[in-house]
Design a protein around this ligand. Structure first.
Ligand code: C5P
Length: 236
């Protein structure tokens, strides 16, 4: 793949609202691994695309989106006194607080369907994953970004449960909360876009462990993943 891996890589994929981000964050903490949220990378490009008129609510200029993805300098910085501490910067600007809105979710899904945007962001994700013991979460980590990941998980949950969780998150973030039905419709639309796109669609890698989180607590999901990782990697 070009870049040598300096430590084990864990891939966590799945649709929105399956508890992927929380589970990955906690798993990274208990294992002492670096957490790479690849969704934040696509969200940053989605946000900038909206800001620059490259994407609107129903279309995206794929040539300009690809130019943007190739030219923008994206990086994660850890700022312990902020919440979340893991921040995404684009050309030195902290976008973390602006990328979780429903509009940016849809824009990131639309720009992420452009093959050249994905190609432009692939190297960054691989570099971030190769620096040591890492856990990457996204849609195509186990299938495209790290097909040779040491452990792969694919998280699922019912649409109703995922919509419920997303609504709680949106309410907690203080943004104007849409209705349950709106959140659910958006999740269905995003699932459809992410899993039917031509390039790197959301799908389970053949060798990924599936976990249906619908009736599990976050703690149960993390404990299950931790025990699988420890036994696969021979960690005590
Ligand atoms: O994971 P999150 O919901 O933050 O991702 C936002 C969007 O970015 C997803 O709906 C998906 O379209 C895109 N994405 C992707 N590939 C990844 C991570 C995210 O296409 N590895």
């Amino acid at each position: 793949m070009g870049i040598p891996k300096l430590g084990p890589v864990i891939a966590i994929d799945g649709p929105a609202g399956t508890g992927k981000s929380s589970a990955t964050r906690h798993l990274a903490d208990v294992l002492g691994f670096i957490h790479v949220d690849t969704g934040a990378i696509y969200r940053a490009v989605g946000y900038l695309s909206l800001e620059r008129g490259i994407a609107t609510s129903d279309r995206v200029d794929s040539v300009r989106a690809a130019d943007l993805a190739r030219s923008v300098h994206l990086e994660f910085r850890r700022i312990p006194q902020k919440n979340p501490a893991n921040r995404i910067f684009a050309d030195g600007r902290d976008l973390t607080d602006f990328i979780r809105t429903p509009e940016v979710s849809m824009a990131s899904s639309r720009v992420s369907a452009c093959a050249e945007v994905r190609a432009a962001l692939l190297g960054l994700q691989r570099r971030l994953g190769c620096v040591g013991k890492t856990i990457l979460e996204g849609r195509d980590i186990g299938t495209v970004v790290f097909p040779d990941a040491d452990v792969k998980f694919f998280l699922t949950a019912t649409v109703d449960e995922r919509a419920k969780r997303r609504l709680v998150e949106l309410e907690a973030s203080g943004t104007d909360s849409p209705s349950f039905e709106d959140v659910k419709a958006q999740i269905v639309a995003r699932d459809h876009g992410d899993s039917t796109r031509a390039v790197a669609p959301l799908k389970k890698a053949e060798d990924a462990v599936s976990i249906d989180t619908s009736t599990m607590t976050l703690d149960q999901v993390v404990k299950l993943m931790e025990s699988i990782v420890r036994s696969r990697l021979g960690l005590s």
